[in-house]
Design a protein around this ligand. Structure first.
Ligand SMILES: [Zn+2]
Length: 156
């Protein structure tokens, strides 16, 4: 495993739409491992998407510290949403900034795991927030785009 550099806001890579993974190669597995290592190393990282390490593939990893532990998503698709919640978000690619963002309260997501098996997961609370945030990265969307009332808090 190896750390990867985190791409920061302003880099056009973060605005691209990522391509699906058509085959889970050793390279994709290394990517997943490296993304997790990078996420855990970075302060307060609870999720990371492939474009944040410069790879335009539909892959993300989350670990919000709940009973699920680390979750890996390949070609994820949010298939159901319900309700709404507002959470003050941050992002490894947007250091020093936070904003309230409105997301679904509950979601269902399906994806492939690292063995290429499809799984489906229901999530609520912070895990739902995190999955929606990471999924947005795959479509070139940053949380700051969705700040409630456009209000972004900048740390001094
Ligand atoms: Zn992010």
């Amino acid at each position: 495993m190896a750390m990867r550099n985190v791409v920061l806001e302003g880099d056009p890579i973060l605005r691209k739409v990522c391509r699906p993974v058509d085959e889970i190669t050793p390279r994709i597995l290394t990517l997943l491992d490296d993304m997790a290592e990078t996420m855990y190393y970075e302060n307060r990282g609870i999720g990371i998407a492939a474009p944040q390490v410069g790879v335009l593939r539909r892959v993300f990893v989350v670990d919000v510290g709940d009973e699920h532990g680390k979750l890996e998503f390949i070609n994820p698709e949010i298939t159901y949403t319900e309700g709404s919640q507002i959470y003050c978000e941050g992002c490894l690619s947007v250091p020093g900034k936070n904003a309230d963002v409105e997301r679904p309260a509950k979601i269902r997501v399906k994806a492939l795991n690292r063995n290429g098996e499809e799984f489906e997961l229901e999530a609520e609370g912070l895990l739902a927030v995190c999955i929606c945030h990471e999924n947005d990265h795959l479509n070139g969307i940053l949380f700051t785009d969705k700040a409630v009332d456009g209000k972004i808090i900048v740390e001094e």
